[in-house]
Each structure stands twice: as C-alpha cells, then as structure tokens.
Design a protein around this ligand. Structure first.
Ligand code: C5P
Length: 321
C-alpha cells in the first residue's frame, strides 16, 4: 500500500527572448539546425505542484487558450517523468499542476517550454530523484527544442535544434519592453516550414533569395559583444531569420517593430513571434518607451510589458514537505 506524501512546490518559470536566431540548415527530420542566443527575462508564470493521493495527473490553468489536458507540454512533462521513473511515481503518486499564466500564449517567448521545465524540476524535487541539469535537459529535449534551455536559463548560446547549450556571461543590465497583439499568435511549425520552403527549397528562383542565402554567419560577433558586455553592439547585432517570413505576413508586427526603432531602441521579433521586444538600459527608459508606443499605436489589442534580463529560468518560490 502507498504511503501518502503530502508535498507541494511553487515554482516561478521565466519566459525567454531570442537575441539571435540564425537558421543554418534544414534537417532531414523536419527540424532546422540553428544558432541562437537565448536570454531569460523576469516575465514569468507560477507553477504550483501538489501531490495527489491517487495516480492521476491533473492540470488547471487560468488562461482560456491553454489546453488543460494531455496536449499541454507541462502535462507531457509530468507524464514523461512518470514513465521514466515508475518507482518514484508509484511511491509518491499523481500530481495536480496549476499554471498561473502571465506569459502570453503562442508568443515566441517559450511559455509552454518554461512550464514544462518547471514541472521536470519540481517533480525531481518532489520525488527526491536528484537528477543533474544535464539529465533534466535530456528529458526536456524529448519534449521540445526550447525546454533544455529553460531548465537552466540565463544567457546561453544554443545550437543543433536548440538543445546544445553553452553558457555565456550573464547580461543583467538590460531592460526589455515587450509588445504583443492579444489576438495574434504564430505557429512555430508554420514559421519554420515557410522558411524552409522559401530558402531551402530545391529551386532557388530569384536573385534576392540567392543573396539572402549568401548571408554570412555572424553569431561570432554577437558572442564577442556579449563576452565584452558591449551593450551598444549587442543592440546592433540582434538578429532573427524568422522575421523574414513572419513580418511580411503580419504587417502589424512589422509596424510595432518600426515604432520601437523610431524611439531609438534596438528591436526584434522573439522566436517565431509575434512578440516584438525592444532593449533599453534603464527601467525608466523602458517605461517611457512603453507609454510612447501605447500612445502612438493606440490599439486596445496591443499588450505591452516592461521586463528585465534575469540570470536563471526556474526558481522555487516555496515548498511544503
Ligand atoms: O521542438 P518544438 O516542438 O518546440 O518545435 C516546434 C516546431 O518548430 C517543430 O515542429 C518544427 O516544425 C519547428 N522547429 C524547427 N527547428 C527547430 C526547432 C523547431 O523546424 N530547431
């Protein structure tokens, strides 16, 4: 008979932005080899885990667009842990997962991935498994390309599908203004598949495409700017290949980026979008930029946030054993 362990953990799970995203190659498995610089920011969800007396996994979320069943990546993370560690699952039982969503959904900010990372870390603690970051990142890679980064977070160079990670010096002096239209979301699969079709198709049809394909790999300059903590250069070198397919399709997102730039801020779409971020070096400036964009665009569908770079992704806010 199972002893009932009443455990609960509350975790804070940070969003990420891509300071750099370059698509190197279309892979035969349908994915793409990338070079990315990923950065955690302090816009975060709260994930509460409570042990259950039975062996079910139940998920609740306050956001209407977030699936509350086995399609949710956080649910998949718990199911993966139960499958990989059947003895611990049998000993400790099921889990109630409650997601308090603050990170916008379908936004290019790794909201789903960071929730999944929090569940992996939370269950490792609840079930007393003592897994290493590497082991947790491996489990994360089975769930999604951004999950391994979300296990550790901070500032990282990511290659392969996104799962090979090299820590970079912590960048902590940036503030970031985020803008997202509530009603817009972009499918990551659509963005990559459209890019593949346009730039890695068998027939390169026009000279513009050929020119685009010749673009040099310049992540080395970004890495060097980060190593030297050169904020101005980092701002100049932010880059995202997926803008080339998303911005022409979503003119409002292009307009938002231009508005940030008009205010003098380096601005870029994060991941597959449609969130656009702008960099500033003070909270006051970030707040000022937010207010100016709100006035200039004056669309109730546009949501704006001020956030800050943070050196880690998941942290335990409280626990009860
Ligand atoms: O790994 P994840 O499930 O987050 O990826 C979502 C989609 O994004 C994949 O189905 C794939 O179409 C695309 N993707 C890609 N190359 C990557 C990461 C994601 O093509 N490196």
């Amino acid at each position: 008979m199972r002893e009932f362990f009443m455990h609960s953990y509350s975790l804070i799970a940070s969003a990420k932005i891509n300071l750099y995203l370059e698509i190197i190659r279309a892979r035969p498995d349908g994915y793409h080899d990338l070079v990315m610089v990923l950065q955690s920011i302090d816009l975060a969800d709260q994930i509460d885990l409570h042990s259950r007396s039975d062996d079910s996994i139940c998920l609740h979320c306050n956001h209407p667009e977030v699936p509350q069943d086995h399609n949710n990546l956080a649910y998949k993370a718990a199911a993966l842990m139960a499958a990989k560690f059947p003895d611990a699952f049998a000993k400790y039982g099921g889990v109630d997962i409650t997601i308090h969503k603050r990170i916008p959904v379908g936004a290019g900010l790794a909201g789903g991935s960071t929730n999944a990372a929090a569940v992996l870390i939370g269950l490792d603690l609840m079930w007393n498994l003592k897994l290493s970051d590497k082991q947790l990142q491996y489990l994360g890679s089975l769930l999604g390309s951004d999950v391994p980064f979300c296990i550790v977070g901070g500032t990282m160079l990511a290659t392969g599908r996104g799962e090979y990670l090299t820590p970079l010096p912590v960048l902590d002096s940036f503030y970031v203004v985020l803008g997202k239209y509530r009603s817009l979301s972009v499918s990551t699969a659509w963005a990559y598949q459209t890019f593949r079709h346009l730039y890695f198709g068998s027939h390169v049809s026009d000279s513009l495409t050929i020119e685009n394909l010749r673009q040099p790999v310049c992540s080395a300059d970004m890495v060097s700017a980060i190593n030297h903590q050169n904020q101005q250069q980092i701002g100049q070198l932010i880059y995202n290949d997926l803008e080339r397919v998303v911005l022409p399709e979503y003119r409002k997102v292009q307009r938002l980026k231009e508005e940030f730039q008009r205010l003098g801020c380096p601005a870029m779409m994060s991941g597959s979008g449609p969130t656009v971020f702008a960099l500033t070096n003070s909270q006051a400036k970030a707040q000022q930029v937010l207010e100016s964009v709100k006035t200039a665009i004056a669309d109730p569908d546009l949501e704006l946030w001020v956030s800050r770079f943070t050196p880690s992704s998941i942290r335990v806010a409280s626990f009860h054993k």
